[in-house]
Design a protein around this ligand. Structure first.
Ligand code: COA
Length: 158
């Protein structure tokens, strides 16, 4: 499927439904949309994916949201968005790209590791502490945030 990825010019046009697919907290989504860089994937003018990148610490960027429309999932669009995030990180001289996902998000853990991310840690009970609603995926209670990261370059690559 042919897709185009572009920066979102106006936050008001953010695809809320997609963003909430990846993160059920409307409040958190609003907060990082204001601070981060939002990109939209389109196919024949239809928005089918979203990516939000946030500069966190010096040299570090985090994928804080990534989502693909349910009707076109499993066609490689998620991988393209991750690859785009890696390109953006390199462009901005970032050395480490990070992502966090739930212990129950098995497909996401598969995708990120296939894209080269390695597990760096576990934020135990993150979802219990930060989300009001219980999240269950693949029959597993989502409690812990699995942190992953990818080295995208060293300062000497700049
Ligand atoms: N075990 C191992 N690998 C798995 C897997 C599993 N259970 N489930 C999926 N994968 C792999 C696929 O095999 C594929 O890799 P391959 O091409 O080498 O076979 C890859 O993960 C999926 O790639 P792709 O088709 O590019 O993903 P997608 O377009 O469906 O997008 C998401 C992935 C996560 C963005 C999408 O499913 C989504 O929007 N989900 C809802 C929102 C969400 O959870 N966002 C992330 C929050 S952390």
């Amino acid at each position: 499927m042919e897709i185009t990825i572009d920066v979102l010019e106006n936050i008001q046009d953010a695809p809320c439904e997609l963003l909430l697919l990846a993160d059920p907290s409307e409040e958190k989504v609003k907060e990082y949309l204001n601070r981060g860089q939002c990109y939209i994937a389109t196919n024949e003018l239809k928005t089918i994916g979203v990516l939000v990148l946030l500069r966190t610490r010096p040299g570090t960027m985090e994928i804080v949201n990534i989502a693909v429309s349910e009707d076109v999932q499993g066609k490689g669009i998620g991988k393209k968005l991750v690859s785009y995030a890696i390109d953006k990180a390199k462009e901005q001289h970032v050395t480490t790209l990070e992502i966090g996902t739930g212990n129950s998000s098995l497909a996401q853990l598969g995708l990120y590791q296939k894209c080269g991310f390695r597990i760096t840690g576990v934020d135990r009970d993150f979802f219990v502490r930060h989300y009001d609603e219980e999240i269950i995926e693949n029959g597993i209670l989502c409690r812990d945030m699995i942190r992953l990261s990818l080295d995208v370059g060293t300062p000497s690559d700049r």
